[in-house]
Design a protein around this ligand. Structure first.
Ligand SMILES: [Zn+2]
Length: 389
């Protein structure tokens, strides 16, 4: 008999192996009703325990999630479509029908709790990340600022506003007219019936709609303004874009601005026109300017004049700007033709008026010494920066 006959047999005793973390939470039992051939059904108490275990595991894991990525991973593991809760819920479908409803309620309760915890944790993490970013990206407000490039008004805009201001002080309101115009307004009502030779001075751009053209001057605005005010007194300027179909050169563009002006009322004379321009020339070009009126022709005024101002650069002695004449041509004007007054709704026997038209580009070229009209709309920022106001 061996000496150690009373001792237990040498059987190696090991503790039960730990289940891996990803084992299914559900444990299966032998069928309760023997080998009856029915499907195995999970025990209710086990399922409830599994739910509770899942809840505990999820809670611990969520508390450890410190970042957006960690939260995403947690959500995928527990609440995702293939997550642990979803797996468990699929198995509930196999529980006995009598218990299924209660198990479902419990599972939904756990799901709701997990979703709420997740939202709260997500908010907390987001807040903490924001606070960290605020600290990390803090701006030192005591550092010197960076200079910002300042834009300037376009020289034409500046001249337009200046004209507006000067005439505004003399009681002129500013009107606006359409750039697309009919033959009637652009020519006929301004005393240029079809076939009138003066139309040759203003070739324009035509549209595919018969009789609809791009206006060649701002003068049609005279008609709109008169019809809006007749038979009362009128004093307005009408700035805007005009178009000519002609060769583009240093002195002429196919698009440019005009400022039309018109005053109508009783006892308005050529002397009023002169007085207005003396004030305008002084304000626009500086004090002490002299004016020169030369006879001219426009179909819509009678008599008509071209107005020159004494050169502000040389004072009239002669220089490159005034081409050694001492004078700068600035505008055309005249007394409103009776036919145009009538077209505007006035009685030429009772009222009279004067009208004028000037080119802001031309004035800007004189004022700022710009040699070529094409610079204005060539969109070259170097040109705009070179104009010192
Ligand atoms: Zn000069």
């Amino acid at each position: 008999m061996p000496e150690d006959a009373g001792s237990p047999p040498p059987v190696a005793v090991r503790s039960a192996p730990r289940a891996p973390a990803d084992r299914p939470l559900l444990r299966w039992r032998a069928p309760r009703r023997g080998g009856g051939g029915g499907r195995d059904e999970p025990e209710m108490t086990d399922l409830l325990a599994d739910l509770e275990a899942l809840k505990q595991a999820a809670g611990g894991s969520l508390a450890a999630a410190e970042s957006g990525e960690g939260l995403q991973a947690w959500h995928g593991e527990f609440l995702g479509r293939r997550g642990r809760l979803a797996q468990l819920m699929r198995q509930l479908g196999e529980a006995p029908p009598a218990e299924r409803a209660r198990l479902g309620r419990s599972a939904n309760e756990v799901k709701r709790e997990l979703e709420e915890s997740f939202a709260a944790r997500e908010e907390a993490v987001r807040r903490r990340e924001l606070e960290a970013a605020l600290v990390a990206e803090r701006v030192d407000v005591t550092l010197p600022g960076r200079p910002v490039d300042l834009g300037r008004l376009h020289p034409v805009t500046r001249v337009l506003r200046e004209i507006d201001r000067i005439f505004g002080r003399m009681g002129f309101q500013t009107f606006d007219g359409p750039e697309l115009e009919t033959d009637e307004y652009n020519f006929e009502l301004l005393n240029m019936p079809a076939g009138h030779p003066a139309r040759d001075m203003w070739d324009t751009f035509y549209t595919t709609v018969p009789n609809l053209i791009l206006r060649t001057h701002t003068s049609p605005g005279q008609i709109y303004a008169m019809r809006a005010r007749a038979p009362g007194p009128l004093r307005v300027i009408l700035p805007g874009k005009t178009y000519r179909y002609e060769q583009v050169t240093a002195r002429s563009e196919s698009m440019f601005h005009q400022v039309e002006g018109i005053a109508v009322g009783e006892h308005i004379t050529f002397g009023d026109l002169k007085g207005i321009f003396v004030s305008f020339a002084e304000e626009m070009f500086g004090p002490g300017r002299q004016l020169r009126f030369r006879k001219s022709y426009f179909p819509f005024t009678e008599p008509s004049v071209e107005v020159d101002v004494s050169c502000f650069l040389c004072g009239g002695a002669g220089c490159g700007l005034c081409k050694h004449s001492g004078w700068l041509e600035i505008l055309g004007a005249g007394m409103v033709h009776p036919r145009v007054l009538r077209a505007g709704g006035y009685d030429p026997a009772r009222v009279s008026g004067f009208a004028f038209g000037m080119g802001p580009e031309r004035i800007a070229m004189l004022k700022y010494g710009i040699a070529d009209i094409r610079y204005f709309f060539s969109n070259d920022v170097r040109f705009l920066e070179s104009i010192r106001h």
